[in-house]
Design a protein around this ligand. Structure first.
Ligand code: ATP
Ligand code: MG
Ligand code: MG
Length: 547
């Protein structure tokens, strides 16, 4: 992107406005991250955050967090809160936090000005008629009878819209653009619509709300954004973005597009995720089967790993879908050197060693990481009774199977000797194996085991109330349009009997408190950086945007 930032080389900017803009920004890069607060952020937003904050940071510039709150029905307080927390968790601190709704008065004035300039009109056609006139898919768009409403009349009607005299969907303000254009964004796009829902910040002051197409470019202008970075689906919208700024002769930011992040097997859309949550097809926004940032965080993925993933994909404007395998391998590589290896048995069955005394207990030291000795070791003991996973035992052996079966030997990870299965018990009612009896092969002739399995000693085992194991949420790849019916009810497996070794429990507790501390540190550091930066380069007052 850096090649685009050459001040003075954007011929589309009016020289006078550019001068004002440069006087205010001192030529610094200004970007914004503009989420609509209608849900929790997802992994796609990590990319947008990195591009928006990263580009400005690289150029010594500044980034706004701008809540694009023009849709009162969809917005909730908890989303605002969580968006800021997420940005900070990722290690970024906004230079300023703004709201599109900060500009509702100004935007209204600009809409009035647009009508005065003969470039907008109030249209009272219904949605069907507007769609038909726009020729959706077939033929050229045609003008409706309201397009030539005299300016004075449109001003009056717009005032009536503002005063709540129109019901929802009975009137809108449309921009008088270019019906001969090949670009649908130029077919008299809607600028304002009637909405009677109260707004999170402005209460019931407004009965009309500006659309994305009207709001976005003007807020960019008001905030003196130098690089309005967005995803490629906005390429066709760029023409209308520029049209509006030019129609009002206000400073015009330059829009640049980059490809969305798409992940295989899931979708990244707040609206669709909200549907899954509302219909209780997942537990909540942080359900680990989702790719929301709070869900990934809950899975234990550190912010650095998410940043590494996005960095590895790079930024281009070619759309593609990334495989989940790729995501998992980057995360695993990131955690490889820091994650301790600990033992858990999901479906425990007792393994009893018959040829040792009842009080048999051999201390064993297990390294926390096979390749990183400095990580240390944990102490546990190998006892007469241990739990192993029922999946590590088969009643009927086969030559391509290397774990435990009657007459067969297997190694128990870090235990002094392998064990050989001599007999086993089953529950007559269910046919399930309930006990596996073995001999310890401590005679010198014990063969080296072909496989090693996990175990947890019975006396010290920590019983876990519930272990949740997550598989892909959808049965199909890609999930179909009717995605609700495609949710796999078996994508969440619950284990009620799992056991872990005590060190697992202790280290997990520590990891959780460390992660919490680290997150607080990150926020503090990002805030401090932003404060120093602002103190050093302070020199701004009110932005300039003049109609
Ligand atoms: P959603 O469809 O999930 O609601 P959106 O596309 O409407 O998301 P917003 O949250 O309203 O996006 O906008 C925040 C910014 O994040 C926008 O600039 C948007 O382009 C960007 N963004 C959203 N999804 C992705 C994605 N998958 N990859 C990259 N950037 C994204
Ligand atoms: Mg949106
Ligand atoms: Mg969207």
């Amino acid at each position: 992107l850096s090649e685009f930032h050459k001040p003075g080389e954007n011929p589309q900017v009016d020289p006078k406005l550019k001068e004002q803009h440069l006087a205010w920004t001192k030529g610094m890069v200004y970007t914004r991250f503009p989420p609509e607060p209608n849900g929790y952020l997802h992994i796609g937003h990590v990319k947008a955050i990195m591009v928006d904050f990263g580009y400005a940071k690289f150029h010594g510039g500044r980034t706004y967090l701008r809540y694009d709150d023009t849709n009162p029905e969809a917005e909730e307080g908890r989303y605002f809160q969580s968006i800021l927390e997420t940005v900070r968790w990722l290690g970024f601190e906004p230079w300023k936090i703004t709201y599109s709704s900060d500009n509702f008065d100004k935007l209204y004035e600009l809409a009035v000005e647009l009508i005065r300039r003969g470039k907008a009109y109030v249209c009272t056609c219904d949605a069907e008629k507007i769609k038909e006139d726009r020729g959706m898919g077939k033929g050229n768009p045609v003008a409706c009878e309201h397009r030539d409403t005299p300016i004075e009349a449109s001003l009056r009607e717009f005032e009536r819209m503002k005063n709540g005299e129109y019901e929802e969907k009975t009137a809108c303000l449309r921009m008088k653009m270019d019906l001969t254009s090949g670009n649908p964004y130029m077919w008299d796009t809607i600028a304002y619509r009637v909405k009677k829902a109260p707004h999170h910040r402005t209460g019931d002051k407004w009965k009309i709300y500006p659309t994305y197409d009207f709001t976005h470019c003007l807020c960019d202008s008001i905030e003196n954004i130098s690089h309005s970075l967005c995803t490629t689906e906005f390429i066709p919208a760029r023409e209308s973005y520029e049209w509006l700024c030019d129609a009002l002769t206000v400073y015009k930011a330059r829009q640049y597009e980059f490809a969305r992040l798409n992940l295989q097997g899931t979708f990244l859309s707040k609206r669709k995720i909200a549907k899954l949550v509302n219909k209780k097809l997942v537990k909540d926004w942080d359900d680990p089967r989702l790719y929301t940032i709070i869900a990934l965080r809950r899975r234990g993925i550190p912010p650095g790993a998410l940043l590494a993933f996005v960095a590895e994909l790079g930024v281009t404007n070619v759309n593609s879908t990334t495989e989940i395998k790729k995501f998992e391998s980057v995360i695993r590589r990131y955690l490889e050197d820091s994650a301790p290896r600990l033992m858990m048995v999901l479906n425990p069955v007792k393994l009893i060693i018959d040829n040792v005394p009842d009080d048999y207990r051999v201390p064993v030291q297990v390294p926390l990481h096979p390749k990183i000795p400095v990580m240390g070791t944990i102490e546990t003991s190998f006892t007469k009774e241990v739990y192993i996973d029922s999946e590590d035992f088969r009643e009927v052996d086969s030559p391509d199977y290397f774990r435990l079966a009657p007459g067969k030997s297997v190694g128990l990870f870090k235990a002094p000797y392998p064990v050989t299965c001599t007999w086993y018990k089953t529950d007559p009612a269910t046919g399930k194996v309930t006990e596996i009896h073995c001999n310890l092969e401590d005679s010198g002739n014990a063969k080296k085991a072909k496989a090693y399995i996990q175990w947890v000693n019975v006396p010290e085992a920590v019983h876990i109330e519930e272990v949740r194991y997550f598989k892909p949420l959808f049965k199909s790849e890609p999930p179909p349009a009717d995605f609700e019916a495609d949710v796999d009810p078996e994508s969440l497996e619950v284990y009620k009997n799992a056991v872990i070794e005590p060190a697992f429990y202790e280290l997990s507790k520590k990891a959780i408190s460390d992660a919490r501390k680290e997150s607080e540190e990150r926020t503090k550091k990002a805030k401090a950086e932003a404060a120093t930066e602002t103190a050093e380069k302070h020199g701004e007052d009110e932005p300039v945007a003049t109609a």
